[in-house]
Design a binder for this molecule. Structure first.
Ligand SMILES: O=C(O)CCC(=O)C(=O)O
Ligand SMILES: [Fe+2]
Length: 262
């Protein structure tokens, strides 16, 4: 990545809440990950309530050398470094998520779990997901869709959502008119196999249904950075963050409160 492209990509990440870095995995490593995820999925029984996220296999790098290799993959680390995101550390594990052949869409949600913490209004990302799609994604096989800018700005949809995952959305009927809706501002993310899709945990995202007869597999790796102002940030620091008490008690919450402004 040239410094110009890196800056542009970081600016997109800050403004829109997501970015794509192409050609991160080699063809050989991609195949290795396809083989390994297929093996792990075959051993796994998908719990019924996970149908919208597909197979939901948690794997620790410490227990799996292929996954550990991915978590330490140099081209990914270099890309993060170039973007100014070198202080993000992997959680140590990954989740294999799929859209099974003919599988349903994934509901609208965001994944930030610290909405009581003043860091919720940081103009820079604090927690991100690194998504490695193991096949090219299209509208037909259930690509990701996002609403740019919603990591920093409340929209109508925020006020209508059922909280994500275990907090409610897993138990939705498949025809929920809001959770599975199309939004006028949504952007489909067509990712090439071996590319890296990075997104802010606060971003509203969902995925289309898979109308093809092939599984669409994704390896998702959570990364977080320290509770500090990033080195690249030379703009204003929001007042709630400037006054934040590092030892404050901020109970976890998936539901955006006052820190997400309209
Ligand atoms: O399937 C995808 O593309 C996204 C998955 C996701 O965001 C999630 O399961 O939280
Ligand atoms: Fe998500």
């Amino acid at each position: 990545m040239t410094p110009e492209v890196a800056l542009e990509t970081r600016n997109q990440m800050l403004r829109d809440g997501y970015c794509i870095v192409d050609d991160i995995l080699t063809a050989e490593f991609l195949q290795e990950l396809r083989d390994e995820t297929e093996r792990l999925i075959a051993e796994h029984e998908e719990p019924k309530e996970m149908v919208y996220q597909g197979q939901h296999v948690n794997v620790h790098g410490a227990h799996n050398p292929h996954i550990q290799k991915l978590l330490e993959w140099k081209p990914s680390r270099d890309a993060l470094e170039q973007l100014g995101f070198g202080d993000f550390a992997a959680s140590g594990g990954i989740i294999i998520l799929t859209k099974e052949a003919g599988g349903p869409p994934l509901y609208w949600h965001q994944d930030w779990m610290r909405w009581n913490d003043p860091l919720s209004c940081s103009p820079w990302p604090q927690t991100i997901f690194l998504n490695y799609y193991l096949s090219d994604t299209t509208r037909e096989n259930g690509c990701l869709k996002v609403i740019p800018g919603t990591h920093l700005k409340r929209i109508d949809l925020h006020n209508q959502l059922v909280p994500a995952h275990e907090q409610g959305a897993r138990f939705l009927p498949e025809d929920d008119p809001i959770m599975f809706s199309d939004h006028p501002d949504q952007v489909d993310i067509f990712a090439k196999a071996g590319s890296l899709v990075i997104a802010d945990a606060r971003l509203l995202h969902a995925a289309h249904n898979n109308t093809t007869d092939k599984r669409r597999t994704l390896i998702l790796a959570w990364h977080s950075r320290p509770n500090t102002v990033p080195d690249y940030w030379d703009d204003e620091i929001p007042e709630p963050i400037a006054n934040r008490d590092e030892n404050g008690n901020y109970p976890g919450s998936r539901i955006p409160g006052d820190f997400l402004k309209a």
